[in-house]
Design a protein around this ligand. Structure first.
Ligand SMILES: C[S@@+](CC[C@H](N)C(=O)[O-])C[C@H]1O[C@@H](n2cnc3c(N)ncnc32)[C@H](O)[C@@H]1O
Length: 144
């Protein structure tokens, strides 16, 4: 996977560090609403960067709301990851923003898929083992 990775609601930053370990993303970003988790993720990132041989990776963590215009993950990202524990109303707002992503982008969700949309092709839906248990993973590809 290449290009720009974005985690919507990055929590303590586990997926951010995992994306950094993959090593092929140009830019790795995340946004988290809760202060406490945000500060924890900054500590995780610093710890990872200290241990990493490749310190040239561009990792950006933000504290805020992923629905805000200033966040703009939909125009900057080639690969979005979302641990989708959210309510339907929030998912539908995320879906509207995701519709503006570039063709050829990927959007991976856990548990619930993106709202159905002709612009997205759901390429895979599969149970996968996580460090904390099993999750249904959905892989969406942006057609247009
Ligand atoms: C299930 S956790 C996922 C954490 C991480 N992405 C992972 O997979 O380990 C969902 C996170 O989304 C955050 N969140 C919820 N609504 C948000 C919003 N509007 N903007 C940014 N983060 C949000 C929550 O605070 C929570 O940390």
């Amino acid at each position: 996977m290449e290009g720009n990775f974005f985690d919507l609601g990055h929590g303590s930053g586990k997926a951010i560090v995992a994306a950094a370990i993959i090593g092929s993303f140009k830019r790795i970003s995340g946004i988290e609403l809760l202060d406490g988790l945000y500060y924890q993720s900054v500590r995780q990132k610093d710890k990872y960067l200290k241990q990493s041989i490749d310190t040239n990776q561009d990792i950006n963590l933000f504290q805020g709301n992923f629905l805000e215009e200033s966040c703009d993950w939909w125009s900057q990202s080639d690969f979005v990851y979302m641990n989708n524990v959210f309510e339907e109303d929030l998912i539908s707002k995320i879906g509207l923003r995701a519709a503006a992503m570039k063709p050829g982008s990927w959007f991976v969700t856990l548990f619930k898929p993106l709202p159905a949309n002709e612009k997205w092709d759901r390429r895979l839906t599969k149970y996968m083992t996580m460090s904390w248990g099993t999750a249904l993973v959905h892989v969406h590809f942006k057609l247009k």
